[in-house]
Design a protein around this ligand. Sequence first.
Ligand code: ASP
Ligand code: MG
Length: 482
Amino acid sequence: MALSRMQNSSVIDTVDKVKRIVVKFGGSNLRTKGGFQKLLKAVQYYDRPLIIVVSACFGVTDMLVKTISTASYDKESIQSIKRSLQKIHFEIIDFHISDTFKKNSVKRKIKTLLNELGKLIQGINCIKEVPDFLEDKILSFGEKLSSLVLTSVLENKIKKVKEYLPENIGLTTIGEFHNASIDLIVSGKNLKKHLLKDHTCVIPGFYGVSHQQQITLLGRGGSDYSATAIARCIDADAVDLWKDVPGFMTADPKYINNPDRVSFLTYDEAAELSYFGAKILHPRTFEPLYKKDIPIRIFNINNFSKSLSPSTIIRSGKETKNKIIKSVTFSEDFGILKLLGPGVGITPGILAKVSSVLHKESINIKSVITSQTSINILISSSDLIRCREIMTSLKLEKIENIKIVGNISVIAIVGEGLTKSAGIASRLFTAVSIQNINIHMISAGASDVAIYFLVDKKENSKALKAIHNEFFKKTWRESNEK
Ligand code: ASP
Ligand code: MG
């Protein structure tokens, strides 16, 4: 779909023309009283029944993660997390609900949830280990609390609203604990029965229930993915993701002065940008939407003032007419595991062995670049040392040396059609090499919409500026001011 058509299509029409909308609010929207206030205003502005997906209040999931890690030896942490969570959620209630009867009734419900949570954490303290099912169940409480609070506050502000928990409506998952996927077929059948209502439905994000009825998480930051999967299940007309940042930019404003806003992205472009470090959306957010072409609209809650105009719209499409490169991004969460030996490249089966062992150890392979004498596996930097130990103990034939390379940064440029346009790679690498930056490795062609390469972490900022300058025509001084 050409950009010009995308711009004219219904997706940028006012919200009134969009019928059924899934709206997701992130933890950062629930961070401050002011943020929560804006959230309420936005919900009221829609003036229609919505399907609202909510993350845990800011910082709550991290607090739960920390408590899980200390609960086996620190009994006091159980009481202290209950106290902290009670304070965070009671404060919102005190501020937004004035009716005493109502206030007390919600507080009682919160206390019930906190007592249940306390017992689960107590379980870790007793058995001195953290089974996967228990970890997922405990971490789901952040969203359970926030959705209860949001529903109660909304009851005062809009006509009719009701909370729906994933375990009660059959938001079904497949796959492993911590990082499950949503079973779109089964969930589709279930959710259509529950969510197509004439009132607003509030659903906690971040988790679903497995076919065995166990709570399973969708990965950190997974409530964006909850929202798009729910949208797909009920054939929504749009998914609106509210953030407290201005959507996608041509580069991270922490590194580049005044980058431009990116108004349109295709699913592939947004997925690659998220994969390679743009922290706005979870990389799996887009998976459920491809088949139905449901647009994602990103809104900045800080810019909301009585009109809904998205910062970035994401939907399907292939060619773009104007600018090919939409954005440059980077991630420092990459490291290289190098398996070296003459002939590793043509030895059958090595990669299969390596990948199945890493899979068993729950280590995610981010990319593989091979040559005749070296297999280079890109993994998270935090997995590097463990990976070297695992590979050493495997004693694979043909592999004579195992090295790990840390302190690197992966930089990616992203845009539909970049592999089909002559000269882009040359512009990219010329811009970098003029700055005397050494490139460790390059991958072009693996994805139709991204070229990425590895540099030393300390060169990251210089490389980003050079690339942004090349593709977005900022003057060198402008980009260099930061
Ligand atoms: N609360 C979860 C997390 O912090 C999920 C989310 O925020 O999307 O990872
Ligand atoms: Mg979040």
